[in-house]
Design a protein around this ligand. Structure first.
Ligand SMILES: [Zn+2]
Length: 74
């Protein structure tokens, strides 16, 4: 698909690191499968992957950790 951020790049499947911040918790999730723009590096998550990532982030927020580094198993 075409990247909606830079409007010139094409995306391709790869792995990326997703960083989410909520309140004082920062969650880093490595090896997340995503479509990544070859031009600007913007990534797009498929719906089930995004749901998984957000669920993991919520758990980290509940544990009240400041920084959590996870590896995506999806
Ligand atoms: Zn782009």
């Amino acid at each position: 698909m075409k990247c909606v951020i830079c409007r010139t790049g094409e995306t391709e499947y790869g792995k990326t690191t997703v960083t989410l911040q909520r309140e004082s918790t920062v969650v880093l999730i490595k090896d997340v499968p995503a479509q990544i723009c070859r031009n600007c590096g913007e990534y797009y998550l498929d719906e089930p992957v995004a749901a998984h990532v957000y669920a993991e982030a919520e758990k980290a927020v509940e544990r009240r950790v400041e920084v959590e580094i996870l590896r995506c198993a999806a």
